[in-house]
Design a protein around this ligand. Structure first.
Ligand SMILES: *Cc1c(COP(=O)(O)O)cnc(C)c1O
Length: 465
């Protein structure tokens, strides 16, 4: 049985998947009943499924495939590295050329003051590292009581115990006794959904001040760090009001706590700078990276650590932490090749000056659609809010997410991967997407919105809560 060569018909692949494969973030029975879509090939921004359908990947896989699918250079790098040194660890006074080269490359691309990297296999693991690192940092500085980490509701920081606890997803906290102790949450800067009568700027300041209030409530001597995504990704591509980050920055400068920028999505060009922290002029102490680090060609993540933090950790004796695959040579070789392509093909500049502005021209025009309230974008991550009444920023009377799900179904039918988060629709296409492909994305999105609108009308669902 050669399933990988896809000699089996779709129905048989679906049956085997249903019988043996447990899917992340899925309702297993519902999925089995409906049947998974089996993706067999990908090239550039286009996916091919087992029926031969061509699907435009508006999400870069899961926000990761920054350079697009199917680049031979990365396959060649993996192949060569596997033959030369497929695996060795970095625990016991050993290292290897790929991990050394990647750490040096990342240090060169990162902000001036960040020249150290601790590797993991993905973003969740890296955030678990961050929890341990910031607590160890304060303990090593003689302040072991500084342990609390402040995060935000509707943040996403991964799905390990630590990552899910740092995240602010209610559905995740509802299962398995999360969050773990020592992690607290403030509100997100989502003006569309939560801004009420405040102007976006007043709202942004109010939400930023919650950080100061939370620090005061807990006591600065107990707070280790604040963690945040420069732009919330999985929360629905929430671009904060312009006033938000400057005010947060002011609060951080006034207090002796660390700032962890979770750049798993925003890193490596997504927002039009190498890192989202540069887009917002932030000075993180640690940056979490994964996804775009290898464009998803191999599982790798890490923590980029500021010099002053690394100095304390390195000077603090054994740091009793690490993963078997910290700095995996094959993943490192793939990441090096990926970063070479991002730099040499000037993909970051392309996002900032060419394809980002082009997408925005087309994306913002979606607000002409009766179903679309706001449209927002930063670089090549963008979202629209669906609403029954844009004049009041109304929510639908139906269960949140019902309309978004219907819209995503229409996108699926129209061969476009556009995700929904509640009743927001989100995209984050590969940084290599062409102008023609952006046009195709907008055409398919518009058709899907039209069909969603018609369906809601027919079903009497264009009703405000
Ligand atoms: C995806 C994501 C993570 C988790 O990364 P994994 O590789 O899935 O563990 C963490 N933080 C952010 C912001 C993410 O988008």
């Amino acid at each position: 049985m050669n399933i990988r060569a896809n000699h089996l018909p779709t129905a048989e692949l679906q049956a085997l998947d249903a019988a043996h494969h447990m899917h992340p973030f899925s309702d297993g029975d519902a999925l089995a009943k409906r049947g998974v879509r089996v993706i067999t090939h990908a090239d550039g921004v286009m996916l091919t499924d087992s029926e031969g359908k061509q699907i435009l990947d508006g999400m870069s896989g899961l926000w990761c495939c920054n350079i697009g699918h199917g680049r031979r250079e990365l396959a060649d790098a993996a192949h060569a590295q596997m033959l030369q040194l497929s695996y060795y660890n970095t625990f016991f006074m050993t290292s290897h050329p790929p991990v050394i080269e990647l750490a040096e490359t990342i240090a060169r691309l990162a902000p001036e003051h960040m020249n150290h990297v601790f590797f993991a296999s993905g973003g969740s693991e890296a955030n678990d590292t961050n929890i341990r690192m910031v607590r160890h940092y304060w303990a090593a500085r003689g302040k072991p009581e500084k342990t609390v980490i402040i995060s935000r509701r509707n943040a996403y920081h991964g799905s390990t115990m630590g990552g899910a606890s740092l995240g602010g997803m209610g559905g995740m906290h509802a299962q398995g006794g999360l969050p773990i102790p020592g992690i607290v949450h403030i509100d997100q800067p989502n003006w569309w959904a939560e801004g009420g009568d405040l102007s976006p700027d007043d709202f942004g300041i109010a939400r930023a001040r919650q950080l100061a209030e939370k620090i005061a409530e807990i006591g600065e001597d107990k707070v280790a760090a604040f963690i945040a995504e420069p732009v919330q990704g999985a929360g629905g591509v929430i671009v904060p009001p312009d006033s938000y980050w400057p005010e947060v920055k002011r609060v951080l400068e006034a207090h002796d706590i660390l700032f962890i920028a979770d750049e798993v999505i925003t890193g490596f060009g997504r927002t039009g700078q190498m890192f989202g922290s540069q887009t917002y002029d932030l000075t993180p102490d640690i940056m979490t990276v994964a996804k775009g680090l290898s464009s998803g060609y191999a599982p790798i993540g890490g923590s980029i650590v500021a010099d002053h933090v690394a100095e304390v950790i390195n000077g603090g004796g054994d740091f009793n932490h690490g993963y078997t695959y910290s700095g995996h040579p094959v993943a490192c070789a793939v990441a090096i090749e990926n970063l070479r392509i991002i730099v040499e093909e000037k993909l970051v500049e392309r996002v900032r000056t060419d394809i980002g502005p082009y997408l925005w021209e087309r994306w913002k025009a979606l607000t002409d659609h009766p179903l679309v309230g706001e449209a927002v974008q930063k670089g090549l991550m963008a979202s629209i809010a669906l609403t029954p009444d844009k004049s009041t920023r109304a929510k639908f009377a139906s269960e949140p997410g019902t309309v978004g799900y219907r819209c995503r179904e229409r996108c699926f039918a129209n061969n476009l991967v556009m995700r929904h988060v509640g009743d927001r629709m989100i995209i984050a296409p590969p940084l290599t997407i062409s102008h023609d492909e952006v046009d195709m994305l907008i055409d398919r999105a518009t058709r899907s919105l039209d069909e969603t609108y018609a369906g809601l009308k027919a079903d009497g669902m264009l009703v405000s809560a």
